[in-house]
Design a protein around this ligand. Structure first.
Ligand SMILES: Cc1cc2nc3c(=O)[nH]c(=O)nc-3n(C[C@H](O)[C@H](O)[C@H](O)COP(=O)(O)O)c2cc1C
Length: 273
């Protein structure tokens, strides 16, 4: 299946069938995770954890048999790097028919961190259950989706801009980049906040994050994980559309005073040969 199809068909799965994760799927996912790099080149250790054996659960998940977790050094850009690599794994799992849900909050964090063997100076930003979606969502799952309006996303013109933040970009004006930006629009985010904003200037897409509480305090910023997910969707969809891409962190100074914070840039080019 094409990446953009995986992106548009993915949803968080919180009700699983109870069928244990098949061995061949577990192996494929762990093998793939070992290759899931990120543009920040930060290493992440991935762990497949047996839910029963390790006593792991989440109050919002049912019928799961396994979780995947990642741990890494706590350092600059850890959030974006984690978001990028974990989303690659999420989409790979989706290609196998294995359901996932990004979980940062609704879990017994200390039990997961112990099971993941977290050591001093490391973080385990998120985990996900792995399993086969049940035929019907639980009532709790249906209500949770309603609570965060999980089936909707902000409009294209609220997220993407043409050269500067005062010029919204319409899908019609986005040209060949339209499916790439649409893939970013559909990305999952914590509490479905969609903090990503992109200014397209020439052959560069500059990624900004709508500022939140963590920007003032300088603490761990979950919305930077969302930004990593957005970068991942952009790169995968751009490659699928025939662009080559080049990643950099070099603030072009387009942000108005307050409201957004620069994160990273992708230059995109189409080979004319
Ligand atoms: C970084 C991150 C953290 C999340 N944490 C949780 C969580 O703790 N519990 C939960 O039920 N969903 C969590 N989610 C899932 C989001 O609520 C979900 O992706 C969003 O509502 C959009 O729905 P969709 O994934 O079905 O498209 C998280 C998503 C992201 C990206």
């Amino acid at each position: 299946m094409k990446t953009t199809e995986l992106i548009s068909s993915r949803r968080s799965v919180r009700t699983f069938s109870g069928e244990p994760l098949r061995e061949e799927d577990a192996k494929r996912i762990t093998d793939f995770a070992g290759t899931a790099e990120n543009p920040y080149r930060l290493p992440i250790t991935w762990l497949l954890l047996d839910a029963k054996e390790k006593g792991l659960s989440s109050p919002v998940i049912s019928g799961e048999s396994a979780y995947i977790a990642g741990r890494m050094k706590r350092e600059e850009h850890a959030e974006e790097a984690f978001g990028y690599s974990f989303e690659k794994i999420v989409l790979f799992a989706q290609s196998l028919g294995v359901g996932t849900t990004w979980i940062a909050g609704t879990m017994d964090r200390s039990a997961f961190e112990k099971a993941a063997g977290l050591s001093e100076g490391e973080v385990m930003p998120c985990v996900s259950p792995l399993g086969y979606p049940a035929k019907k969502m639980s009532l709790r799952e249906t209500l949770m989706r309603k609570g965060v309006r999980a089936d909707s996303r902000l409009d294209f013109t609220e997220l993407f801009f043409n050269g500067s933040f005062d010029r919204p970009l319409t899908p019609g004006k986005a040209g060949g980049l339209q499916p790439v930006l649409e893939a970013v629009r559909l990305a999952p985010s914590a509490v479905n906040k969609q903090p990503w904003r992109i200014v397209v200037l020439g052959n560069r897409a500059h990624f900004y994050k709508k500022t939140g509480k963590a920007d003032a305090s300088g603490e761990w910023d979950i919305q930077r994980i969302d930004m990593g997910i957005a970068l991942c969707h952009f790169e995968l969809a751009a490659l699928e559309s025939g662009y080559s891409v080049d990643f950099s962190v070099d603030d072009p100074g387009l942000a108005p005073d307050g409201g957004v914070r620069y994160i990273a840039t992708f230059a995109f080019n189409k080979d004319r040969s």
